[in-house]
Design a protein around this ligand. Sequence first.
Ligand code: ZN
Length: 173
Amino acid sequence: MLGRRKSKAPTAIERRHMDRIAQMGCDDRFWSKVDKRGHDDCWPWLSTKAPRGYGQFWLDGRYKPATHIALALHGNPQPPEAPFALHSCDNPPCVNPMHLRWGTPQENMDDRKRRGRANSCVGASHGRAKLREDVVRLIRLDTRPQKDIASSYGIGQSAVSRIKAGKSWGHSR
Ligand SMILES: [Zn+2]
């Protein structure tokens, strides 16, 4: 069962993610916090939310983005090169896996820009500050080695180290 799948094997973080989900039988616990509607409808998260409306699910001693768990439970764990869950519906509390996909940092940024333009309430510079906050939060949640995190996000390892230590991009928690 084990071994021999060197390059295609899930990363440690993916495996841990899936193991925890299986172990804790969190499937039911997760979906009990979701207003599951029709197949194509948005499925709003009913429990704890981050300030911008993204669902937060308590797992393994910390809050995780509900969108990430929804994708993982749907058999689609986070690939290391695409650490962002993107909404096709632009609706932050939605966790319908049909409306979610993994995106690279670049795709996430493009998505933000597109939405920033569409939403006149959010200025471009404001949008960028929010994006940084989200990245900081994700980096702090990321348990991979700092050098892997750095390459995922296209930043230097020293920046990751500062973020982890709470020294950089100060105002984000
Ligand atoms: Zn949706």
